[in-house]
Design a protein around this ligand. Structure first.
Ligand code: ATP
Length: 323
């Protein structure tokens, strides 16, 4: 087990604000506090080499959990162990085995050319020169960084900066990579490049990845397992497939008709020569339904619509529990 957290809790205490005249002074003097429980007892266990999607609505406690796993925050209670270390106690040793990328915030040196940030990270983490060069070559190639290595970070586009951040986080070859919304605000091409890079690190180098995102395409493409939290507690921890099986009881078959046909059994929608049929796989298998319709109708093409993770997740967030 490379990451193990048990009963992880974080409470933030803030002085309670007093209203009215001399409110500020009274706030200082009385020392009453309001407590926010951001994380309320999360258990998490990851094997080395896993790639897990860490999901939850805004304010669920994802970032706070990640900050405890990375050692930035000290838990109020509970235990964390990451590759044999207690992150907040052994911060420096922990930092060498983890890479962290926050989509909203860059870790790079704003005024320096991108390449200088890589060199500085290499120095800080004491990466031997040949290894630094080898990894730089690889990342420049995989993330297509070549055309903007000499550009100051502040002048990079969001997508270029994100790719730079990812490369910087991996240049010292950490075993674990924490990604907090790595594709937020990026166009489809940039998203795709980042997803392929993450997949490759995980597959070829065995890097363990914890991925926080609101983009279900990230999850569909990269993760087999998801952990969903809300209001600081775990709602679901398991395979995406099992989640879909539990929620998506219907599938859709989309037909292209070569010649006109009247209303069909199971039809739910029609647009020009396309007809959508909805069916329950427990009642009729996709192959049997396809056989039936192709025997009866003049079908030129067909496709099965995949169960939609986005819809499943939306439903779970709305209800606040997993059925
Ligand atoms: N430093 C802090 N002081 C007080 N409250 C905080 C602090 N950091 C987070 N919180 C609160 O803890 C809760 C969880 O926040 P957190 O940032 O972990 O959520 P999140 O799941 O990452 O959300 P998002 O998807 O919006 O990034 C929120 O109610 C937030 O307001």
């Amino acid at each position: 087990m490379i990451i193990r957290a048990a009963g992880l809790t974080k409470e933030f205490r803030r002085p309670r604000r007093k209203e009215g005249r001399f409110g500020g002074l009274r706030t200082l003097l009385t020392r009453e506090y309001t407590t926010t429980r951001a994380v309320g007892g999360v258990d998490l266990a990851l094997e080395e080499g896993e790639l897990v999607g860490f999901l939850g609505p805004n304010g669920a406690g994802k970032s706070t959990t990640i900050k405890m796993l990375t050692g930035i925050l000290v838990p109020t209670s509970g235990t964390v162990e990451v590759a044999g270390l207690v992150p907040w106690r052994q911060r420096e040793r922990n930092a060498r085995q983890i890479g962290v990328v926050f989509g909203q915030r860059s870790q790079l040196w704003w005024d320096l050319p991108l390449i200088d940030s890589f060199r500085l990270v290499g120095k800080i983490y004491e990466v031997p020169d040949p290894l630094l060069r080898k990894n730089l070559d690889l990342f420049v190639d995989l993330l297509d960084l070549g055309s903007f290595l000499d550009t100051p970070v502040r002048s990079l586009s969001l997508g270029q900066r994100m790719r730079g951040d990812l490369a910087a986080a991996m240049i010292y070859e950490p075993r674990i990579l924490y990604l907090d919304e790595p594709t937020v605000g990026l166009d489809v091409v940039a998203k795709q490049r980042i997803r392929s890079f993450i997949a490759e690190l995980n597959r070829d180098k065995g890097v363990t990845v914890v991925l926080t995102t609101h983009d279900m395409d990230d999850v569909e493409e990269l993760c087999r397992r998801v952990v969903i939290i809300d209001k600081g507690r775990t709602l679901y921890d398991g395979e995406i497939k099992a989640l879909k099986d539990a929620y998506v009881t219907h599938r859709e078959l989309v037909l292209h008709l070569a010649s006109a046909a009247g209303p069909m059994e199971r039809e739910v929608r029609r647009e020009g020569d396309r007809v959508w049929l909805r069916f329950d796989p427990a009642e009729i298998s996709a192959s049997k339904l396809i056989r039936e319709v192709t025997e009866r109708y003049d079908v030129s093409d067909l496709s099965l619509a995949e169960p939609d993770l986005e819809g499943v997740i939306r439903e779970i967030y709305a209800v606040g529990e997993v059925a």
